[in-house]
Write a protein that binds this ligand. Structure first.
Ligand code: SAH
Length: 246
């Protein structure tokens, strides 16, 4: 007689205990970020070892690189390598740049709120997302329609409302939104497209890889002063995918 009663009581206690233990677990699950902890740690390591260690100190750039989940911008097959020190394929023969290059180019633009930035070469949208953490408005143009559409969807899904994506040849810039406080070109051009320089505001900065599209290019920083004169500086050798024309 006592045995089953005991058993029932025991079982009941166990169930109640299980329920009690489940409650805080459920509460914790509800407040956890969508990102698995492993990727947060990998991203922190990426910023420390690939970016800070190489001399990038702008706190806005570091915070942006820490915030943007790069693994959500690469195809599933490359997600495990999203925080590696390397560019990765994103389809259509294009690549997402190495994290250090994204950070370096962003830092060279000396961005702050409430600036307006133009990017040529949306690709995955990763660079645009990094910019969106620092400035108020990002306009980005991609020549490959499928990439432009995918990036736009990704921006919307991730809540980057301050990023506008357009499918076009970026050579002509985005005259309706000009002038821009900064312009970043993430494909290798043989020369600086004059419309882009024209759409750069006085006091603005533009960063662009210039040179042979299939070899090594020079990463150039152009600064337009208050009366429109342009100075340029050669920062370093880089290797980008080609700037193509429609
Ligand atoms: N910034 C991107 C990576 C850029 S790869 C990222 O964060 O993922 C360079 C991109 O420039 C490619 O997607 C390529 O299709 C695009 N591109 C090349 N020529 C272009 C042009 N004339 N106008 C707009 N985009 C161009």
């Amino acid at each position: 007689m006592r045995e089953p009663g005991h058993h029932r009581h025991h079982r009941h206690c166990r169930r109640a205990l299980a329920r009690l233990m489940l409650l805080p677990l459920l509460a914790a699950a509800a407040t956890l970020p969508a990102t698995p902890p492993a990727t947060d740690a990998a991203r922190e390591r990426m910023v420390a070892q690939q970016i800070k260690a190489r001399g990038i100190t702008d706190p806005r750039v570091l915070a942006a690189m820490e915030a943007v989940p790069r693994h959500r911008f690469v195809p599933p097959a490359y997600q495990a390598r999203a925080y590696d020190d390397t560019p990765l394929p994103i389809g259509h023969g294009q690549t997402i740049s190495q994290p250090y290059i994204v950070a370096l180019m962003t830092a060279q633009l000396a961005l702050e709120r409430p600036m307006k930035v133009l990017e040529i070469g949306t690709g995955s949208g990763y660079q645009a997302a990094v910019l969106a953490h620092i400035v108020d408005a990002v306009y980005t143009i991609e020549i490959v329609q499928a990439l432009a559409e995918q990036a736009q969807q990704r921006m919307t899904a991730m809540g980057y409302d301050q990023v506008a994506v357009r499918h076009a040849d970026g050579y002509a810039g985005w005259p309706q939104q000009a002038p821009f406080d900064a312009i970043i070109v993430t494909a290798a051009a043989a020369y600086v497209p004059p419309p882009l320089l024209q759409q750069l505001a006085p006091g603005g900065r533009m960063i662009i890889p210039v040179g042979s599209p299939f070899g090594v290019q020079r990463l150039m920083l152009l600064q337009k002063d208050a009366d429109g004169a342009v100075r340029s500086r050669d920062l370093m050798p880089v290797r980008f995918v080609p700037f193509t024309r429609q």
